[in-house]
Design a protein. Structure first.
Length: 400
């Protein structure tokens, strides 16, 4: 398969001794037909020469942002716009820190900041530097920004010590990238309907009933699905989040009734539907036309149920369509989620953990259990929402 043929890969190399492994990696990419452009930090040029890398990559290597002799500068936005992916390997603790905190003091770090494509980061350093809380915190920040970390291996290090921090072997880095491009096509031609965020149910013209959902989980699924080639319709309740992938069409709604209307319209054309929205279960039947005035007495609000969108779609589901719901439970999680799965005629239910501090509403990370209608339950780890989104889509692709 010509998976890598014509793929545009930018490799950023920093000053870790493991830089000596990168020429081998470049050869593997070139052999598979990829186009490779190399960026280096000045420190990296002490370890492997730009001449070696430009010969192997068949392209000039960029190190400096400014060229004193000619008065020119290298356009750092250019490679960011050109690349299908950027791979930073090896990345030192120093550059990791700069990337995590937006410091752009050389061509490599400015290119990272202007990347529009998926970014892979493969750290390499001595074990004490790797295990230092600041490095671990920087890795966490970078993951939460949606970067994909290629974790270092445990083994012999250049210092003579042994432990975590050893750059992942070039063959394995190569397969991570190759698998990424295989996956990229995996939802091509499929229409996905994804709901996200809260709904706001009006009480009067200025007040509403809502919840703390940020929409991050649903937006992460939409981004990941679009990256896999799907045509995504994202129906979102009020959320500050933005979508940047051209494969996503966003429909903004506010109430459960509006969400139902849009879902019913889009549903017949959809192959896979993922309801991650935190839809209000109740609404005020007739919101006041005017702002409710304060009185000295109590105020009673009578609430009526909203339509259950997922259950409505479950009744309309045709053969071949996949319907996925979310569940948030405080007790008997798996049993309650299973009950929802069968009552709403779902193919998969994603059970959110409430017991982990980093999971659930408003966080950048999440931890979920995937419960299919048929087959084995899969319990996930605490991960960035983007990684959880990827796990959910991998699971759906398997049951499809
Ligand atoms: N859901 C929906 N329409 C509603 C309420 C929920 O489509 N009016 C969807 C959610 O998007 C989610 C799933 O149903 O995918 C489960 O939501 P949850 O609130 O956990 O369950 P409910 O069925 O509302 O039950 P309960 O609140 O009693 O647990």
């Amino acid at each position: 398969m010509d998976i890598l043929k014509g793929k545009r890969i930018v490799i950023g190399i920093t000053g870790s001794i493991a830089a000596y492994k990168i020429p081998y990696l470049i050869r593997m990419f070139i052999r598979e037909g990829a186009e490779v452009r190399i960026i280096m930090t000045p420190a990296a040029t002490e370890l492997v020469t730009p001449l070696t890398l430009s010969t192997l990559s068949k392209n000039p290597v960029t190190v400096e942002l400014f060229h004193r002799e000619t008065g020119e500068w290298s356009n750092h936005v250019e490679l960011g716009a050109w690349a299908d992916i950027m791979l930073f390997a090896p990345v030192t603790a120093n550059t990791l820190g700069k990337m995590a905190h937006g410091i752009a003091d050389n061509y490599l770090t400015t290119s990272y900041l202007s990347a529009k494509c998926p970014v892979f980061i493969a750290p390499a350093m001595d074990l004490d530097m790797y295990l230092h809380p600041s490095t671990q915190e920087n890795l966490r920040i970078l993951k939460n920004y949606g970067n994909r970390i290629i974790e270092p291996q445990t083994g012999e290090l250049a210092s003579g010590l042994s432990g975590p921090g050893r750059l992942e072997e070039p063959e394995n880095i190569f397969s991570v990238i190759r698998n990424f491009f295989i996956k990229k096509e995996s939802l091509k031609g499929k229409k996905l309907l994804i709901t996200a965020g809260p709904t706001y149910e009006p009480i009067d013209p200025v007040r509403f009933l809502g919840n703390r959902s940020s929409g991050r989980m649903g937006f992460a699924i939409a981004e990941e699905a679009a990256c896999r080639g799907a045509d995504v319709c994202l129906i979102s309740g009020p959320s500050d989040l933005q979508t940047c992938n051209p494969g996503i069409t966003r429909i903004n709604i506010s109430t459960a009734d509006e969400m139902l209307k849009s879902c019913i319209k889009e549903f017949p054309e959809s192959d896979i539907v993922i309801m991650s929205a935190a839809v209000a279960d109740y609404k005020i039947e007739k919101p006041e036309g005017r702002k409710i005035k304060k009185t000295s007495g109590n105020l009673k609000l009578e609430l009526v149920p909203t339509p259950d969108i997922l259950a409505t779609l479950g009744k309309k589901k045709e053969k071949g369509q996949i319907l996925v719901g979310f569940a948030l439970e405080t007790n008997d999680g798996i049993a309650n989620a299973r009950k929802k799965l069968s009552e709403k005629n779902l193919d998969l239910i994603v059970l959110n953990s409430l017991s982990d501090p980093g999971a659930g509403f408003g966080t950048l990370t999440n931890k979920v259990t995937l419960i299919p209608a048929k087959g084995k339950i899969s319990e996930g780890e605490l991960k960035s929402k983007r990684e959880v989104a990827s796990d959910i889509l991998d699971f759906i692709e398997k049951i499809r």
